[in-house]
Write a protein that binds this ligand. Structure first.
Ligand code: AMP
Length: 282
């Protein structure tokens, strides 16, 4: 398996192996790989002749230093998980110095307001960090197709906006959410939960599906109130936000419009571990 720890060597390698016919599939990650990440890799390998996975815990997208410090890192285990999918996948695992060259700061982006809602509101600066690193990675890897998870739906919309505004020649492919048996969305942060907490966390998806059923005959306000009430009854999980929003603009649904697609977004804390999830309401 080819592993690159620096961008210059990866760029030289890709230039050498690329032909006019090749397509480059790219899966950017922060490591602590699980089956959700692997499902993105499987799709990439199916659709491209050259495949690159990156592992980089991007400091500029963490608004909470404690979260960055505690973010799980295990490169050796990650390498095995990538090899399980294909030994031909190229791994790019750069250092912070290589990506930021001594200036660990985000570029400032205008995502037409997408950045001010939900994750952007509760994690100030998060999407400037995401935009900065994804743009840099795209410039290095120059992918034909880049694979992102629907779990981070707001991130997907932000990346699509960044690609459009900068006229980048990359196709963004959105992959479904891979879940545990109890429907908890897989996440690297789940590693920080106890087995019991993981079981309890099944409540998140259960409440989302309950909300979806409520939304068919109730307003967004009534549905949101029901969700808040459900979480108030649950002493183990703390709700940070629940939003029903337009899939395209991510604006909060005030009055239902039949021509729009809606989606619920949620962030919760279980014993200081922050988890997010989302479900389509259509
Ligand atoms: P992360 O390492 O958390 O930055 O995630 C890297 C990519 O994997 C992102 O595009 C995520 O949306 C995606 N991803 C994370 N968890 C899942 C999951 N459970 N199912 C599918 N994709 C996921």
């Amino acid at each position: 398996m080819q592993i690159f720890y620096g961008k210059a060597a990866l760029m030289d390698y890709l230039t050498a192996v690329k032909t006019e016919k090749s397509s480059i599939g790219f899966v950017p990650t922060m490591g602590a790989l699980h089956k959700g990440h692997q499902s993105l890799m499987i799709q990439s390998v199916k659709e491209n002749s050259i495949n690159v996975v990156s592992i980089f815990v991007n400091p500029t997208q963490f608004n909470n230093p404690e979260d960055l410090k505690k973010y799980p890192r295990n490169l050796e285990a990650d390498i095995l998980k990538i090899q399980e999918i294909s030994p031909e996948i190229i791994l790019f695992a750069p250092t912070v110095e290589d990506m930021y060259e001594g200036k660990t700061e985000s570029q400032s982006f205008d995502f037409d307001g997408l950045e001010n809602k939900m994750e952007g509101k509760f994690r100030p600066g998060h999407f400037d960090g995401v935009g900065t690193i994804v743009k840099r990675l795209f410039e290095i890897v120059n992918p034909t197709n880049a694979y992102f998870g629907e779990k981070d739906f707001q991130q997907v919309q932000i990346v699509k906006k960044m690609v459009k505004k900068n006229h980048l020649p990359v196709n963004i492919v959105v992959c479904p959410i891979y879940r545990e048996i109890n429907k908890l969305a897989m996440s690297s942060r789940n590693e920080r939960l106890t087995l019991h907490e993981k079981e309890e966390a099944g409540f998140i998806y259960k409440t989302l599906t309950g909300a979806k059923a409520k939304f068919t005959n109730n307003s967004a306000k009534k549905t949101s109130e029901w969700v808040k009430n459900e979480f108030q009854k649950n002493k183990k999980i703390t709700l940070e936000y629940f939003e029903i929003a337009d899939e395209e603009t991510l604006t909060t649904c005030i009055r239902k419009n039949k021509t729009k697609k809606y989606r619920a977004f949620i962030a919760v804390f279980i014993n200081n571990v922050r988890l997010i999830d989302t479900i389509s309401f259509n």
